[in-house]
Design a protein around this ligand. Structure first.
Ligand SMILES: [Zn+2]
Length: 198
């Protein structure tokens, strides 16, 4: 039923994060059915996304400027950073309205069998920032999952290398297996306020 071109498009959607083959197929059929105006709008949005959106030079959150809204805000502290795995974690922490520093987005976790290029590159940038000496505290806000362990191990190396920097961790109350983005703002707020440093 599906000609090779359709299969290729569906496979492309299937490669999106958290989109399975069934959803990819639904997405394909849904898009095909849209009217001309919706299709044009879709293309227009994608064009803006691909041509005008890049990453904040400081924290790697998507932005159309050099710096994102948080990093360009003079009221936010430079000397304290929250280290998160993903962009959506920033949004969750911002909803909790408790963190006044800046962020550093790793872009994921160090996972076996997955491309670690981006994360390793960002960890190197983080190391350089720590060397600069302006950062006084790093709040590690990685998910409380087993998958985060290799990344935490790497951070442990950094912690030992930079004893003058305070590394703190979100307080208990975050369920084991908890992804930052799914934790309610109140729990997150408390976890940051009562953060622990080993
Ligand atoms: Zn930023």
């Amino acid at each position: 039923m599906l000609i090779p071109l359709f299969k290729k498009i569906i496979e492309f959607f299937d490669s999106f994060p958290e989109i399975g083959p069934r959803q990819a197929m639904r997405l394909f059929f849904w898009l095909v059915k849209q009217d001309k105006e919706t299709k044009n709008k879709f293309l227009e949005n994608l064009k803006v996304l691909f041509e005008n959106v890049n990453f904040c030079q400081n924290c790697f959150f998507p932005t159309t400027e050099k710096l994102c809204l948080i990093c360009s805000n003079p009221k936010r502290k430079d000397e304290i950073i929250a280290l998160v795995a993903r962009e959506t974690d920033v949004l969750s922490l911002e909803t909790a309205k408790v963190f006044k520093g800046k962020y550093f987005i790793l872009g994921g976790l160090i996972l076996p069998f997955e491309d670690k290029g981006l994360i390793k590159e960002r960890l190197k940038i983080l190391e350089k920032r720590l060397e600069d000496g302006k950062i006084e505290e790093v709040i590690v806000a990685l998910p409380y999952t087993r998958e985060a362990e290799p990344t935490l191990k790497h951070l442990e190396i950094l912690r030992k290398k930079f004893p003058q920097v305070k590394f703190s961790f979100l307080a208990k109350g975050i369920p084991l297996g908890g992804e930052i983005e799914f934790i309610d703002p109140e729990t997150l707020k408390e976890a940051i306020e009562k953060r622990i440093s080993p």
